[in-house]
Design a protein around this ligand. Structure first.
Ligand code: TMP
Length: 239
């Protein structure tokens, strides 16, 4: 893989850049320290975030692969760069919640920290111009965002990711409150897990104190942002 050539940038998101390579089946992602919230209204930098999110995502993808979940992860190239399988991202934010928090608490008037009777799954359409609106299964199929079969596969994937990650984080003293994942289509049409799994995309609360160990510290100006990312990464590496 060391002779893989990084070519032109094909995409720049809020937290990552994606580059083409001399292999049509592979991309290189590069993680940035940039942080945004509220659809880009709030901007900042979290020092060292790109390195932690890159390494942490790769560890999570490797763990999930071990449990039979197919992911885009191929090989870490450097502190901030990883080779991934080239996929077309399904434009959905796939969100699983175990405990009420964030927009769910606001929308339904449920106190943050209220345990849900079962994990919930919701979708938002990934569209910055529309502010990522909530979207239901029937809308997704009617608009051609995904087929019925793909949605089935995405649901199965999301709940499996939750089962594996919930157990893993509990074993390092962390409650997995909720998270967002993205799915990609391989050229064969198969749906696999893509994007990242990091404190940017998950809510992590300390199991004993409920201290927030994720990007909510940045979103809500709670301070100790870098320290929270480092703490999660330290606990993962202690396993
Ligand atoms: P929410 O409560 O704000 O809807 O967020 C649910 C989860 O999704 C939370 O773990 C943070 C994550 N998330 C993202 O990864 N990207 C986003 O743009 C948003 C709004 C949330």
């Amino acid at each position: 893989m060391s002779d893989l050539k990084k070519l032109n940038q094909i995409y720049e998101g809020k937290a990552k850049k994606v580059f083409a390579t001399d292999s049509p089946d592979l991309y290189i992602v590069e993680y940035k320290d940039d942080a945004t919230a509220f659809n880009g209204l709030k901007h900042g930098t979290i020092a060292g975030k790109g390195v932690i999110n890159n390494k942490m995502s790769n560890l999570m993808f490797a763990l999930l692969e071990k449990h039979g979940v197919k992911t885009h992860f191929v090989e870490q190239l450097s502190d901030r760069e990883t080779v991934v399988k080239a996929v077309k991202i399904v434009p959905l934010e796939i969100i699983i919640r175990n405990v009420a928090a964030g927009s769910f608490s606001k929308r339904y008037g449920v106190e943050e920290g209220t345990a849900l009777k079962c994990p919930t799954l919701e979708f938002s359409l990934k569209d910055d111009a529309l502010n990522d609106p909530l979207i239901n299964d029937s809308h997704i199929i009617a608009l051609g965002v995904a087929t019925e079969k793909e949605l089935d596969d995405i649901r199965t994937l999301a709940y499996k990711v939750n089962d594996v990650l919930k157990e893993f984080f509990l074993s390092i003293g962390v409650k997995l409150i909720d998270f967002k994942i993205e799915a990609g289509r391989l050229p064969s049409g198969e749906i696999i897990l893509a994007d990242e799994i990091s404190p940017d995309t998950c809510r992590f609360w300390d199991a004993k104190t409920n201290e927030k160990l994720d990007k909510d510290r940045f979103r809500r100006d709670l301070g100790g942002v870098e320290e929270a990312y480092q703490e999660i990464f330290k606990r993962i590496n202690s396993k």
